[in-house]
Design a protein around this ligand. Structure first.
Ligand code: CAO
Length: 479
C-alpha cells in the first residue's frame, strides 16, 4: 500500500509537473537537490546581486530599544549597524541620562550619548501614561526584539512583564542586561567598574605590589552588550524554527568572567604548582592561594613585557609590548646583539630562560630604547617577532587605516557638528555597516507613530495634547 502511494506521488499529474520531472531528470544530483529545496521554500534562492548590494544582515528586524547608559546601547547600536531598525524609547523631556553627562559642547548631546546611539531612531514616550502604554503595546506587537537594561524590576513595574509581552507578541525576543544573574546580588544596580570587580578582572589586573585595578576597556558595559547581541541573533535564528520568542539575559558579572576565562584557568593550574610564565616566578616570589596580579606579563605561554622606546622620558606612550615567542628566539638574540644566547644552555630553551626573564627583558629594553616604537614595529615584524606599539587615543583617532576600514568614522550632527565614532568592528562581506549620527531626543516620534505604528493625523494630535509624548508641565514636575 505504502509502495503504491510512493509510486503515485512520482507520477506527473499535470503537463507542467511532467515538464519539471523531465527537466530535472537530465540534471546532475546537486542541481536536482538545490532545485527541490528551492521549490519547497525551505531555502531561499541565492541572490544574484553583487556582494554588498543585497541589503544588510538584519534588514527588516525591528527593535524596541529601551536601553540607556552604555551596556544596552552598545548592543543595539551594533544591531543597527547590521541593518536593524532600532527605535529608542526615551522619557519625554529627559531622554537617556547620558545625553547630558560629560557634556563638552553646551546644549548639545554629549559624546557619551552620541557615540553609543548612532543609526537609531528616537521616540519619546512616557511609559507611565495610559496613552504612552497604548503606544508601547503597538510597538510590542510590531517589533521583533525588546532590549532593556533597567535596574532589576523596573520593566515589570512598568507593567511589561515577560508574560504580558509574550501574550501580546509570542514572537518577541526580550533581551536584558543586568548586573548579576540570579543569586544574592540579583537586585543590585551595577555600573562598569562594579562588574569588573565582581567578574574577576580587577583582582587580576595591576601590579603585584599595588591594589586591584580597573581597566579602560569597558568590558563590563560594552563587553556585556556584545554578549547580548550574540544572544539576540541566536534567538532570532532559533525563532525561524520554533516560531516563538524567548528571554535573553546577560549578567555583567558573567560577561566579565567570560572575558577573564584565562585567569580562572590559572586559578586551577595553581593547585599543580607555580605559574612559571608569571614574572613573580622568575623573581622567586612565592604564590598565594589566588591568581595574583601579573602586571604586564603575557596571559599566554610566551613570556612578554612592556618596554621603553626612544622618547619615553617625555612621551608617556613611547612603549612597545615585546613577546619573546620561542620560534623566533634566534632572531631576537641576533637583533639585540646577543648571538651567544642562541646556543648558551642558560638561554637557548624556553625552560632555561624562565628564571632569567627579568635580565632578558632588561637587555631587550636597552635595544628598544634606541628606536621609536614604530621603528621597533617595522624591524621586528620583518623578522616575524610579535610586538605591539602602545598607541595613544590621539594616534588612533588620526590613524588613516582605521578610517579607511570604517572602524573610525566621522559623522555630522545638527547641534554638535562633526564627531568621531567607532564604526562596526565586525566586518561582513555582504552587509556593509550603516553608521549614522545619533538622533536628537524625540526626533522620530511622529515618523514612528505614523509610518511604523499607523496612527492617523488626528490620533497623533490627540496623543500630543495628552502628555504621553511631551515633557511633563512644570507644576506636574514639581509635584
Ligand atoms: N517613561 C517613564 N519612566 C521611564 C521611562 C519612560 N520612557 N524610561 C525609564 N523610566 C523609569 C523606569 O520606569 C524606572 O522607574 P522606577 O524605578 O520608578 O520603576 C526608571 O526610569 C529607570 O530606572 P533605573 O533604575 O534603571 O535607572 P537608574 O538611573 O536609577 O539606574 C543603572 C541606572 C544603570 C544603575 C540601572 O539601570 C542598572 O543597574 N541597570 C542594569 C545594569 C546595567 O545595564 N548597567 C550598565 C550601566 S552603564 O555603566
Amino acid at each position: 500500500m505504502a509502495k503504491k502511494k510512493q509510486k503515485a506521488a512520482k507520477k506527473p499529474t499535470s503537463k507542467a509537473s511532467a515538464r519539471k520531472v523531465v527537466k530535472l531528470a537530465g540534471k546532475k544530483p546537486a542541481a536536482k537537490a538545490r532545485a527541490k529545496s528551492n521549490g519547497n521554500g525551505h531555502l531561499p534562492r541565492m541572490s544574484t546581486k553583487p556582494y554588498g548590494q543585497a541589503g544588510r544582515a538584519l534588514d527588516g528586524v525591528k527593535i524596541l530599544d529601551f536601553t540607556h547608559v552604555q551596556s544596552g546601547p552598545t548592543c543595539t547600536q551594533l544591531l543597527a549597524y547590521m541593518g536593524a531598525d532600532v527605535i529608542k524609547v526615551e522619557r519625554p523631556g529627559a531622554g537617556d541620562i547620558t545625553r547630558g553627562q560629560l557634556r563638552d559642547v553646551p546644549n548639545a548631546d554629549s559624546l557619551y550619548f552620541t557615540m553609543l546611539n548612532g543609526t537609531k531612531r528616537s521616540i519619546t514616550i512616557d511609559s507611565k501614561h495610559p496613552k504612552g502604554m497604548d503606544i508601547l503595546n503597538r510597538l510590542i506587537k510590531t517589533c521583533d526584539i525588546l532590549v532593556e537594561n533597567f535596574a532589576p524590576g523596573a520593566l515589570d513595574r512598568m507593567g511589561l512583564t515577560w508574560e504580558y509581552i509574550h501574550k501580546l507578541n509570542p514572537r518577541m525576543i526580550v533581551a536584558s542586561v543586568k548586573g548579576f544573574g540570579p543569586g544574592p546580588y540579583e537586585e543590585c544596580k551595577v555600573y562598569e567598574n562594579v562588574a569588573q570587580c565582581a567578574g574577576g578582572a580587577a583582582s587580576t589586573t595591576g601590579f603585584r605590589e599595588g591594589p586591584p585595578l580597573v581597566t579602560g576597556a569597558q568590558i563590563g558595559d560594552s563587553g556585556t552588550g556584545l554578549h547580548l547581541a550574540l544572544g539576540i541573533v541566536s534567538a532570532l535564528y532559533q525563532r525561524i524554527r520554533t516560531g516563538r520568542g524567548q528571554k535573553v539575559l546577560c549578567a555583567m558579572q558573567d560577561g566579565v568572567l567570560n572575558l577573564c576565562r584565562v585567569k580562572l584557568r590559572d586559578q586551577q593550574r595553581l593547585a599543580h604548582g607555580p605559574l612559571t610564565e608569571y614574572s613573580q616566578y622568575s623573581e622567586g616570589v612565592p604564590f598565594g592561594k589566588a591568581v595574583p596580579r601579573a602586571g604586564n606579563d603575557s596571559g599566554g605561554g610566551q613570556p612578554a613585557w612592556l618596554l621603553k622606546c626612544k622618547g619615553w622620558e617625555t612621551d608617556p606612550d613611547a612603549y612597545i609590548y615585546f613577546i619573546t615567542q620561542a620560534p623566533v628566539w634566534n632572531e631576537i638574540a641576533d637583533l639585540i646583539g646577543e648571538p651567544t644566547w642562541k646556543t648558551d644552555p642558560d638561554y637557548a630553551t624556553p625552560k632555561a630562560r624562565l628564571p632569567r626573564l627579568k635580565k632578558i627583558f632588561a637587555r631587550i629594553e636597552e635595544w628598544t630604547q634606541t628606536k621609536t616604537k614604530f621603528e621597533v614595529m617595522d624591524i621586528c615584524n620583518a623578522l616575524d617577532i610579535p610586538v605591539g606599539p602602545i598607541l595613544s587615543m590621539k594616534e588612533i583617532a588620526e590613524d588613516e587605516s582605521l578610517r579607511a576600514t570604517g572602524t573610525v568614522v566621522e559623522v555630522d550632527h545638527p547641534t554638535r557638528g562633526k564627531y568621531l565614532t567607532v564604526g562596526n568592528p565586525i566586518k561582513l562581506s555582504d552587509s556593509p555597516a550603516k553608521v549614522e549620527r545619533s538622533p536628537l531626543l524625540g526626533e522620530h516620534t511622529e515618523e514612528v507613530l505614523s509610518k511604523v505604528l499607523g496612527y492617523s493625523a488626528s490620533e497623533i494630535a490627540d496623543i500630543k495634547t495628552s502628555g504621553a509624548i511631551t515633557p511633563p508641565k512644570k507644576e506636574e514636575k514639581a509635584a
